[in-house]
Design a protein around this ligand. Structure first.
Ligand code: SF4
Length: 697
């Protein structure tokens, strides 16, 4: 670290962590990232959080993969047993040709026996190529990525009811709002730079309504804090909408002009009075009434939500309620108004837009539509592929156990840590007869691989990404990849050639140009434009910087109308009982990113938050006879972990909060794989568990 003159060069790019998509400048000294500063990006205006500023030395970590690896014939049985120190007991180094040939040999010609997980950490072009490889190379749609573990239910509800899976307004629009709801999200930890805009909004008098079973950092800035019982979102939101209907606070003109199914919605809500819902959701009836009046009385209001909403078996219903609340009050399509699911990974919006999902081709065009498929096969110069929706993340693991899937290509995903019921997922990975993993570290998933392909970290590659705001931004390489590691687009292209596909890309800009042919969202957006500036899609002309607010004059649905879809109360899949009396919920921490493969190798972040921990209310700890720092055992019907207890008054007395970044106490050994029927997202936010003290001797 030194003053700016002591750096060799500076490269402007985008942060690789969360969906806020902060623009930054890498300062390079001796081919290492020595420092990072925020720059004037549309989402961050120079700001960065601790991950964006200090979380980069993982790319120089000695664990980086620098050579392709092939599993040795005399390797021990597959398991979570590869230590970087004994890597060569399990694998041997190989040339790129040998490794790619081995990968292709294991996968080629096996049709529906193969599935692929791509990554929301890669560029739009890499996501596009990955889904194309599975569809063109194997003839089906068994391709998915971590959206299935994060906002798939929100996207399902948005597509169903407003006709588009992306946000209707950027989060920065909060500066034009006077009321905002933040529900099931913890932006101070998970979208920290977005949180700064939310706090400024509250500081200048905006009414910030926080709804969360866990008291979050935003609580201090809130006009209303609704700490509702976990899993009762629908009851609480229906009660708020019931008040809006009963007191005729809805926007009749907007409803008549822009929506359908209002009569059914009104009828449905009649039974959800605040008095009836109070015992269920734990929020006082008068508070529900006050929130309803505050939101409905707003000049302009926004709704933000996170995975506390989406990661339930009723995640789609939760999002349907939020959409209905915005529609009945006319809070869409105006400055300061809108629906905004805060997207998690840096490029989960872009990867989903690029078709890295089993039911849609790029731009959410259905695989079941013959015309859509033929538009793609025409561009791809190949024959048709299946018109059936493919399997999703958790379904693919089940299909391995059922002997239907026998080989996988996994790029940058870590299901051995990120899938619910992780032991079930690990057993599935061990069962595969060909697993090709492409990553920057030997992740827990790569422990099970037959072929490991070393790839580039984000600051080593060229490509575009799309943030939670629909802003498409250019990522530029700051340093070269280590050793023989390569950019992901190159690796996927070389594998495709060996699978017999006619690919000849030599630069990601060729991929971008091909994507744009069948993606109306990319109209007027070119690689050359993105090299100069970020563009928010949709962009209406070649000079339009893009539209921060959409749906001002109707929705991309039949007759231009959004839809009210009523939602009923459904209990969580696993309700606490005598055997498992507590509620387990999981999430992220400020310092650590997802399964920890990057941030636990970033020295400052690992220093700040080095150990696995579970948060419980101090009263709960006292009842258990446990002090903060003591070890406890957590058990669910799926498994048991031992972990250090942390006292946290923000957690309700019947709850445990567990971050999922720590392999030594992996949260997902415990979580419930039951799925939301629409989004196919597992219920990470609610499992029945029991807690016990571990004796210190
Ligand atoms: Fe990176 Fe998100 Fe932090 Fe911005 S808020 S610096 S995108 S982790």
């Amino acid at each position: 670290v030194g003053d700016s003159k002591s750096f060799d060069r500076e490269v402007e790019s985008v942060c690789p962590f969360c969906g806020v998509g902060c623009q930054l400048s890498f300062k390079i000294k001796d081919e290492k990232i020595a420092w990072v500063d925020g720059v004037e990006g549309p989402a961050n205006e120079n700001r960065l959080c601790v991950k964006g500023r200090f979380g980069f030395d993982y790319i120089h970590h000695p664990h980086r993969l620098t050579k392709p690896l092939i599993r040795r014939e005399d390797a021990p049985a597959k398991g979570l047993n590869v230590d970087p120190a004994n890597l060569m007991t399990h694998f041997r180094e190989a040339s790129w040709d040998e490794a790619l040939d081995a990968a292709a040999k294991g996968l080629k010609g096996r049709g529906t026996e193969i599935a692929g997980f791509g990554s929301a950490k890669c560029s739009n072009e890499e996501a596009y190529l990955f889904q194309k490889l599975i569809r063109q190379g194997f003839g089906h749609n068994n391709v998915d990525h971590c959206t299935r573990l994060c906002h798939a239910s929100s996207v399902a509800a948005l597509l169903e009811n407003v006709g588009s899976g992306a946000v209707t307004a950027t989060f920065n629009e909060i500066e034009n709002a006077d009321v905002a709801i933040v529900i099931g999200a913890n932006p101070t930890e998970n979208h920290p730079v977005a949180a700064t805009y939310f706090k400024q909004f509250a500081k200048r008098g905006g009414k910030l309504i926080i709804m969360d079973p866990r008291g979050t950092g935003m609580k201090r800035h809130a006009s209303h804090m609704l700490q509702f019982r976990p899993g009762t979102d629908v009851a609480m939101l229906n009660a708020i909408m019931n008040v809006i209907v009963e007191e005729k606070l809805y926007d009749e003109q907007y409803i008549a002009a822009f929506t359908e199914n209002w009569a059914a919605m009104k009828d449905h809500l009649a039974d959800f009075t605040p008095e009836k819902m109070e015992p269920l959701c734990g929020v006082k009836a008068d508070v529900l009434r006050d929130v309803a009046r505050t939101f409905a009385g707003a000049r302009a209001a926004m709704i933000f939500w996170g995975m506390g909403v989406s990661q339930h078996i009723h995640g789609t219903d939760n999002s349907r309620c939020l959409i209905s609340l915005a529609l009945m009050t006319g809070q869409v399509g105006r400055p300061g108004a809108g629906l905004h699911p805060l997207r998690g990974q840096n490029n989960v919006q872009g990867a989903s837009d690029a078709g890295l999902i089993p039911m849609f081709l790029p731009d959410y065009q259905s695989v079941e539509d013959d015309g859509v498929r033929s538009a793609f096969t025409e561009v791809w110069g190949s024959g048709d592929f299946s018109n059936k929706r493919g399997l999703t993340v958790v379904e693919i693991m089940d299909a391995i156990h059922a002997d239907q899937i026998k080989g996988m290509y996994i790029l940058g995903e870590n299901p051995a840590m990120s899938d619910p019921d992780a032991e079930h997922a690990r057993d599935a990975l061990a069962k595969l007869d060909c697993l090709v993993v492409q990553d920057i570290f030997l992740t827990e998933t790569a422990n099970f691989a037959d072929v490991v392909l070393p790839s580039s970290a984000w600051p080593e590659k060229t490509g575009t990404v799309t943030n939670t705001n629909r802003q498409v931004q250019m990522g530029r390489p700051a340093v070269p990849p280590p050793g023989d590691a390569k950019e992901d687009w190159w690796i996927t292209t070389e594998l495709a050639k060996r699978l017999g596909l006619n690919w000849s890309y030599t630069h990601p800009k060729q991929v971008f140009a091909e994507m744009a042919l069948n993606m109306p969202s990319m109209n007027n957006i070119t690689w050359e434009r993105l090299e100069k500036t970020a563009v928010t899609y949709p962009s209406l002309t070649p000079d339009d910087p893009g539209q921060p607010i959409v749906f001002s004059d109707g929705f991309p649905r039949p007759d231009g109308r959004a839809r009210f879809t009523p939602a009923s109360v459904i209990a969580p899949a696993e309700v606490p009982d005598q055997e498992y009396p507590m509620i387990l919920t999981t999430g992220r921490q400020l310092e650590h990113w997802h399964t920890g493969s990057m941030t636990r190798r970033a020295s400052v972040l690992d220093w700040a938050e080095p150990e696995a921990n579970a948060s419980l209310h101090p009263q709960t700890l006292r009842k258990l006879g446990v002090r903060p720092g003591d070890m406890i055992a957590l058990e669910t019907r799926r498994g048991r972990i031992e972990i250090m207890a942390r006292a946290d008054r923000a957690v309700a007395t019947d709850m445990v909060f567990l971050p999922f970044a720590y392999v030594e106490a992996a949260a997902n050994i415990l979580t419930n794989p039951k799925l939301d029927p629409y989004g196919k997202i597992p219920e990470f936010k609610f499992s029945a568990c029991r807690v016990s003290a571990l004796s210190s001797d």
